[in-house]
Design a protein around this ligand. Structure first.
Ligand SMILES: [Zn+2]
Ligand SMILES: [Zn+2]
Length: 346
């Protein structure tokens, strides 16, 4: 029986032969970071390793002077005889699954992931392994996302109808990941796109990485007229709701984009006119597909609906267990990069 390549420690997920952590929730000597959402990327570690497209957001959030080594997808490094490589997770820009190989064993820690290609980061890539560590944020059979063309048709129709009625369309979405995916997917021909100050720095990081986003303006930019604002799509973090910033748009329609919008009552509790079901996490069928695609016989579930997922996996004849983690516990809703959905329960 080979010993486990990744174990649970009070600081986070730990690789004993490599002497490093993956997404530790406490400061450690060496941290491999799957992505820059704040529940996975935490301050205070001595050395960081991440995908090169995470560099901008990590330095922005953890400090410009962090000791950070970056890798391209598929590039391999050797650390104490452990082969480490990063593979696309399709979650947000720079998001990666961590593949760890030692003594003939391969383990993959997924971080957060989704399967549908949204055009703002390389799509999820299944990686064969003996043990797969998976999230389960939306690990309940009720969670099934609409196809993206249908989702964006709905958002475009809502925006166009508001614009025709002379009302701004205020769409709340988390500033890192969700906002850029919306920008990339909407029909920018409908009207101008105004973004909140928390969103624009992240747009800049995406554009610098070569992701095509339509032009955006700040409400304070010279030349932005009242007439234009009445036709605009306004992208803002949820924390902007109820703030004086919104007064500039006058009478407007508002909406919220999140996977939780699938749950009855979630839109009403948010107090918005519309809810669009959009998530950067895998839905139930995608979680099953991703897990099957790894060929792993042992599955470790880290966060979300862990009990339901473990029970389902055991029924499929797999060896499944839970690691109690602190992912999804840092959703401060300030739009600066907290995991969009992990704790934003309806
Ligand atoms: Zn997460
Ligand atoms: Zn995340």
């Amino acid at each position: 029986m080979p010993s486990d390549l990744i174990v649970h420690r009070p600081e986070g997920l730990y690789c004993p032969p490599g002497d490093f952590y993956i997404d530790p929730w406490r400061p450690v000597e060496r941290a491999v970071v799957t992505h820059a959402h704040s529940d996975h990327a935490r301050m205070g570690s001595a050395h960081y390793l991440a995908h090169r497209d995470s560099e901008g957001t990590l330095r922005n959030r953890l400090g410009a002077d962090i000791d950070l080594q970056t890798l391209a997808y598929g590039e391999t490094i050797d650390h104490h005889g452990v082969r480490v490589s990063l593979h696309p997770a399709g979650h947000v820009l720079g998001s990666a699954q961590v593949r760890v190989e030692h003594g003939g064993q391969v383990w993959v820690a997924s971080g957060d992931y989704k399967l549908e290609d949204d055009g703002t980061c390389p799509p999820f890539e299944p990686v064969r392994c003996h043990t797969f560590i998976t999230e389960s944020t939306f690990g309940l059979p009720i969670y099934r996302w609409p196809a993206q063309p249908a989702l964006f048709a709905d958002i475009n129709a809502w925006w166009a109808a508001n614009a025709a009625a002379g009302k701004a369309s205020v769409l709340y979405a988390y500033a890192f990941g969700k906002a850029q995916r919306l920008l990339h997917g909407v029909d920018a021909g409908i009207g101008p796109i105004v973004v909140h100050g928390a969103v624009e720095p992240l747009n800049a990081v995406y554009r610098a990485a070569g992701v095509a986003l339509p032009p955006t303006v700040r409400v304070t930019d010279p030349g932005v007229t009242k007439a234009e604002l009445r036709r605009a799509l306004v992208l803002a973090p949820p924390s902007a709701a109820g703030t004086p910033w919104l007064k500039r748009f006058g009478e407007h329609s508002d909406a919220f984009a999140s996977g939780w919008m699938l749950v009855r009552g979630a839109r009403r509790r948010r107090g918005v006119d519309r809810g669009f079901v959009m998530s950067d996490h895998a839905d139930w069928p995608s979680l099953q597909k991703a897990i099957a695609g790894t060929g792993a016989e042992r599955i470790i579930v880290t966060h979300g609906s862990t009990e339901v997922m473990v029970r389902w996996l055991c029924e499929q004849g797999l060896d499944a267990q839970v690691f109690a983690t602190e992912y999804g516990s840092d959703d401060n809703e300030d739009g600066s990069g907290a995991d969009p959905e992990a704790t934003a329960a309806p």
